[in-house]
Design a protein around this ligand. Structure first.
Ligand code: GLC
Length: 738
């Protein structure tokens, strides 16, 4: 037999051996088969106990969320469905995964989840700030960066994006979402899902996304947390569901049920939202995980008498996985045996979880490859994305007399600039809440950034001046001395990162009294004041705005820290941010948001004691240049329902420096069988417009998409009649005819 024949025989025997092995191999382990076939095969092999364990999520490692101190799980069963993973290297995760793959009868891998909200180790700005950038592609890049760091650290699934429309700054979780508008939350939701999941969930750089908190959590009464939300079905469909519908269409694999009670039926036992809408209407084929202990919390909410009833209600409502609630693992088997939970529901739930695990490639690649932290964390390209996003998130709220920028190109200045306030040397506070594995030492200090930015071009005089809160005014005198020597005062004020986020409710959103007193005290020196704010919620600035010549909202920028705002203050960066949430004058105006419905008496019914308008409205943001809006035009002024048209407006940069402008496009339906808000955001576009340049901004209007509305049952309708397209203070009438 010659060499070729030998090789041929070996080859054939390998083929037949492989075929034999595959023939031996259970179908679900055959990666060449379609996911649904593998799910069916595996499900058919599972016992009830194995199925039920897939429906539970415990924690692995020290829980870092003090709001969720649950019992530490001692011996974790190898057949558990999921674990929350608090590590930032994959070793512990892989060891646990090895138990699942090798010790359990069917070798079903675990899925590891974690709160990667605005970064894993490279922390980028809080979501509320990101939305002010109106740069969805940059947000997508940031989420892709976070996904890479997470997946390579052992996390397959992030509990993000948070897309709860919120209009009450007293609610600390307003920091976690994309502001007050449904369309904006939907747009950034899609960007986040695309960033996290990409187009191949099996990629070692991608993670499964989780839309949360489903649904209406942002309507928490009085801004409290974990409480009742009064949401009509009309408002549910109009305001709170659109971001979720967009996220599901974008392919989000999972959804997290919310803590709040939705008009008498808690989010975590709500069949209408989790099954009728999510599964039956939107055909979501992934799964719903509860928020932490939201299943047993049904008892506290008065919906269930005990854990067993809570398990029955939640599970039959369409909640597939119990996060640390210890109700499913304890009660589901009995509920099935008692006929209170149908086996079909168990199978559907397990199918959904297995489907996501197959899609993530966990059966083929259950282990996270080892790697050096330096190979994935704080990479230059990641930090660059975070820095650009932080720059574009900064909102110039006020700039009286053009006091900013403090330096003009090429100009030097021997001016003395006082730099004061509790945030100047508080890097940790700039990370914001839910900062994952972020570290204070990763944050670029404000002091250092300013020193570098103004080196040789101005004299910086530093003094803390005042604390975040409390009543220690002992440093005021020293601060006054410094202020007297300065030509301009930079006051870095705002919030600690722990003042916003979960369970961070504040009765007032004014700055703490001592900060307001400090600003007033500094005002007595008679020098221009630039107030720079770092905060995790909209603030009521009515009491300090008159004291400040300029106000810069820098939010909580993450690792870029002080560099972006130093660039804005010097003029190196032309601010382009615009508010994604309304800033009221006082807390008493809450809830306040732009897309309110119309008043019966528009000229009446206002506050007697203050102007009823916001201090800074949704979409407000100044630039160092001036953008002149030309004439709004419509390609057609009368169309049939199915006919598209294009609205356009030229925007000219009439100033001396280049700038990026975001154009917000609104629609208005003055008369509708279900009343509509004054105006509603339906498109936005951001472009760089160089000095002297004119750029055309466009909005391709599809009436069925942009001018139709939903009724209380979620049925979409488009009425013939008169509509307005609104942009830049202009509006154009559009007729929709039969
Ligand atoms: C928390 C939060 C939720 C988070 C979960 C896991 O209580 O409500 O946003 O994803 O628990 O940490």
């Amino acid at each position: 037999m010659n060499r070729t024949m030998i090789v041929g025989c070996i080859f054939c025997s390998c083929i037949s051996f492989t075929a034999a092995v595959k023939a031996q191999q259970p179908l679900y382990k055959n990666a060449a088969l379609p996911v649904e076939e593998r799910v069916d095969d595996l499900l058919g092999r599972m016992t009830l106990e194995e199925k039920i364990l897939q429906l539970n999520q415990y924690t692995l490692g020290r829980n870092t969320n003090e709001n969720n101190l649950g019992e530490e799980i001692g011996q974790i069963p190898a057949e558990i469905g999921s674990l929350i993973y608090f590590g930032e290297t994959p070793e512990v995760r892989n060891a646990m995964q090895k138990r699942a793959v090798e010790e359990s009868r069917l070798g079903i891998p675990l899925i590891f989840g974690y709160d990667v909200i605005h970064g894993f180790r490279t922390v980028y700005p809080i979501s509320l700030a990101q939305a002010c950038s109106w740069n969805t592609s940059l947000v997508e890049d940031a989420c892709a960066m976070a996904a890479m760091e997470a997946r390579k650290s052992g996390v397959d699934w992030t509990f993000s994006p948070m897309i709860d429309v919120a209009r009450d700054g007293r609610w600390g979780r307003i920091s976690e979402g994309y502001g007050e508008d449904p369309y904006a939350n939907a747009a950034f939701c899609v960007a986040s899902v695309n960033g996290y999941q990409g187009d191949n969930l099996k990629s070692p750089d991608r993670v499964a996304a989780c839309l949360k908190h489903y649904v209406g959590y942002g309507a928490s009464e009085a801004g409290m947390d974990y409480v009742y939300t009064e949401i009509s079905h009309q408002t549910l469909w109009d305001t709170y569901l659109p971001p979720y519908e967009a996220g599901i269409k974008a392919g989000a694999q999972t959804v997290m049920s919310s803590f709040n009670d939705i008009s008498g039926t808690p989010g975590s036992s709500n069949h209408y939202t989790m099954t009728e809408i999510l599964k039956n209407r939107w055909k979501h084929d992934g799964f719903v995980v509860s928020d932490w202990s939201a299943v047993p919390q049904l008892i506290a909410q008065g919906a269930a008498v005990d854990g067993k009833e809570a398990a029955r209600l939640a599970f039959n409502a369409g909640l597939e996985m119990d996060m640390m609630g210890r109700c499913y693992d304890k009660h589901l088997e009995a509920l099935v045996n008692e006929g209170k939970v149908p086996m079909e529901r168990i199978d559907d739930a397990v199918r959904r979880i297995l489907r996501v695990k197959f899609r993530l490639g966990l059966f083929e690649h259950p282990y996270t490859p080892a790697g050096e932290p330096a190979e994935r964390f704080l990479l230059p390209q990641s930090v660059a994305v975070a820095e650009r996003l932080a720059e574009e998130s900064i909102v110039l709220l006020k700039n009286e007399g053009g006091i900013l920028p403090l330096l003009h190109p090429g100009a030097t200045s021997t001016r003395n600039i006082a730099v004061m306030g509790p945030l100047v040397d508080a890097e940790k506070e700039l990370l914001g809440n839910w900062n994952g594995h972020g570290r204070a030492e990763d944050v670029y200090p404000i002091r250092k950034a300013l020193q570098e930015e103004f080196a040789g071009r101005a004299n910086l005089l530093f003094h803390t001046g005042c604390p975040f809160d409390g009543d220690d005014r002992t440093q005021f005198a020293g601060a006054l001395e410094v202020a007297r020597q300065a030509d301009v005062l930079l006051l870095f004020m705002g919030e600690r990162y722990s003042w916003s986020g979960e369970n961070c409710v504040r009765s007032t959103i004014e700055l703490p009294a001592i900060q307001c007193d400090f600003i007033a005290e500094m005002k007595k020196v008679g020098k221009p004041i630039v107030l720079v704010l770092a905060n995790g919620r909209p603030l009521a600035l009515g009491n300090v705005e008159p004291l400040c010549d300029a106000i810069v909202e820098m939010w909580q920028p993450g690792v870029p820290g002080g560099r972006p705002v130093a660039g804005v203050l010097s003029g190196r960066v032309n601010p382009s941010g615009k508010l994604s949430v309304t800033f009221p004058r006082t807390t008493g105006q809450i809830p306040i948001y732009y897309n309110r419905r119309k008043s019966a008496r528009p000229a009446s019914g206002k506050y007697q004691d203050i102007p009823s308008t916001p201090l800074y409205e949704f979409g407000h943001g100044l630039s160092y240049t001036r953008f002149d809006y030309g004439r709004l035009s419509l390609s057609k002024t009368s169309v049939a329902a199915g006919e598209k048209l294009v609205a356009q407006i030229p925007v000219t940069n009439a100033g001396q420096c280049d700038g990026a402008e975001t154009v917000h496009w609104f629609v208005s339906d003055p008369v509708c069988r279900i009343t509509r808000p004054n105006k509603e955001l339906k498109h936005f576009e951001k472009q760089l417009v160089k000095a002297g340049e004119t750029k055309t901004f466009s909005f391709e209007i599809d009436p069925m998409r942009d001018l139709s509305f939903v009724d209380a049952d979620g049925r979409r309708f488009l009425e013939p009649g008169e509509y307005y397209i609104m942009v830049g203070g202009q509006k154009a009438k559009l007729e929709i005819h039969e």
